[in-house]
Design a protein around this ligand. Structure first.
Ligand SMILES: Nc1ncnc2c1ncn2[C@@H]1O[C@H](COP(=O)(O)OP(=O)(O)O)[C@@H](O)[C@H]1O
Ligand SMILES: [Mg+2]
Length: 339
C-alpha cells in the first residue's frame, strides 16, 4: 500500500495572506484551478495536505513547516511579490533547508527562464533553435544585425506570453527598434530578438528525474488565422477565450507526425531536459517547419498543472489519470537528490 504523506502545497499569494488563510473561495475561480485540482487530487490519494500562499513573507514557510511537519512540499509557486523573476530564489531556500519538494530545482528554473542563456547552452550542443540577439536595456538600440526578418521581439525573461502580441512580430528596422524600446520601457526588461520560425506549434510534456518519460505531443492549431498572418501564441491567444474562438485557436494532440520524426523529437526533448538541468517535469515548446525540422522555442519547468492543460492532458493520453500524475510528481520530488 502507498504511504500516507503530509503534503504542504505552496501557492502564489497575490497579496499578503495569513498563514491559515481560507482560500476556498479563490479556489473556486478559474485562476486558481491548478491549486484546486492539485488539492483535490491529493485528497483523493488519501494524503494529508495543507496549503500556504506565499506573497512576500518567507518566514511563513518556516513557521508552517514547523507546525505541519510536511514530508514533502508541492511547489506551485511562480512568483514572489508578484514578480515572476523570483521563483528560483524561493526554490533555492527550500534546497538550503533540505526539504523535499516537487518539480524543478533553482538551477533549472534559472537557466530555462533566460531565453538567451538556454538557447546558448542548447546551441553549444547542436540543438536547433532560432538565431537570436539579446538587447540589454541602457544600450543604444541598433539594427537586428545578422538576423533575418521577420523577427519576434520578446522580453528575455517573461513567461505566459507577457509582452508578446501581434506587434512583437517585426518586419523592418523601424518596427524592430520600436518594439525593442517598448520591451525595455514597458516591461522593464532586456529584450531578445529571434528569427521567426514558421511552423506548427508543438508542446512536448516530459516527466522524470534521470529516467525520462515523454508523453504524447500536443499542438496549438490556428484554424482561422489567415495564411499571411503570423501564428504566435500571444498573451491573448493563451488567456482570452473570445480571442481564441475568433481565431480558431485550439489545443489538440499533434496528428500526422511519422513515427521516426516522433522518436527524433522525443530524443531532442529529453536532451533539452537534461542539458537545462530540469528536474521532475517540464513542457518543451517547439516549432516544427514544413520540412519537419524541429526548433526549440522554450522549456517550461513546472508547467501549468491544471487537469485540462496540455501537460495533464498528455499524461492522461499516456495512461496516467490526474491523481496518479500528481502522485508520480510527489514521488519524483521525494526521490530527487538536491544540493
Ligand atoms: N522564434 C520564434 N518563432 C516563432 N514563434 C515564436 C518564436 N518565439 C516565440 N514564438 C511564439 O510565441 C510564443 C511565446 O513565446 P515564448 O518564448 O514561449 O514566451 P513565453 O515564455 O512568454 O511563453 C510561442 O509559444 C510561439 O507561439
Ligand atoms: Mg512559452
Amino acid at each position: 500500500m502507498k504511504k500516507k504523506l503530509k503534503v504542504l502545497v505552496l501557492f502564489d499569494g497575490v497579496q499578503p495572506t495569513p498563514i491559515d488563510a481560507d482560500l476556498s473561495k479563490e479556489m473556486k475561480t478559474e485562476e486558481w484551478q491548478t491549486e484546486a485540482n492539485v488539492m483535490a487530487a491529493l485528497k483523493e490519494l488519501d494524503h494529508v495536505s495543507e496549503h500556504l500562499a506565499i506573497f512576500d513573507d518567507l518566514d511563513l514557510v518556516r513557521q508552517k513547516m514547523e507546525s505541519f511537519q510536511p514530508d514533502v512540499l508541492f511547489n506551485l509557486v511562480e512568483q514572489f511579490k508578484n514578480n515572476p523573476g523570483f521563483d528560483q530564489n524561493i526554490v533555492s531556500l527550500l534546497e538550503m533547508q533540505g526539504v523535499p519538494f516537487t518539480g524543478c530545482g533553482s538551477t533549472g528554473l534559472t537557466l530555462c527562464k533566460h531565453k538567451g542563456i538556454s538557447k546558448k547552452i542548447l546551441g553549444h550542443h547542436g540543438i536547433l533553435a532560432p538565431n537570436f540577439v539579446v538587447i540589454p536595456r541602457g544600450q543604444r538600440i541598433g539594427g537586428p544585425r545578422q538576423l533575418k526578418f521577420p523577427i519576434l521581439v520578446k522580453p528575455v525573461k517573461e513567461e505566459a506570453s507577457y509582452g508578446i502580441s501581434r506587434a512583437s512580430f517585426v518586419q523592418n528596422d523601424e518596427q524592430f527598434r520600436e518594439r525593442v524600446a517598448f520591451v525595455h520601457e514597458k516591461y522593464k526588461s532586456d529584450a531578445i530578438a529571434e528569427e521567426y520560425i514558421e511552423g506548427r506549434e508543438i508542446y512536448v510534456s516530459i516527466m522524470g528525474n534521470t529516467r525520462l518519460t515523454v508523453f504524447p505531443m500536443r499542438e496549438l492549431v490556428f484554424k482561422e488565422v489567415p495564411p499571411n498572418e503570423p501564428r504566435i501564441a500571444t498573451y491573448k491567444a493563451k488567456w482570452d477565450e473570445k480571442y481564441r474562438k475568433r481565431w480558431g485557436l485550439e489545443g489538440q494532440f499533434a496528428e500526422n507526425l511519422d513515427a521516426a520524426l516522433v522518436k527524433e523529437i522525443e530524443k531532442m526533448c529529453k536532451d533539452i531536459f537534461r542539458l537545462l538541468t530540469i528536474d521532475g517535469y517540464a513542457r518543451i515548446d517547439l516549432r516544427l517547419t514544413v520540412d519537419n525540422k524541429a526548433y526549440f522555442i522554450e522549456a517550461n519547468p513546472n508547467p501549468h498543472l491544471a487537469a485540462d492543460e496540455d501537460f495533464a492532458q498528455s499524461a492522461l493520453k499516456a495512461g496516467l489519470p490526474y491523481p496518479q500524475l500528481i502522485q508520480a510528481l510527489v514521488g519524483l520530488g521525494m526521490r530527487m537528490p538536491r544540493g
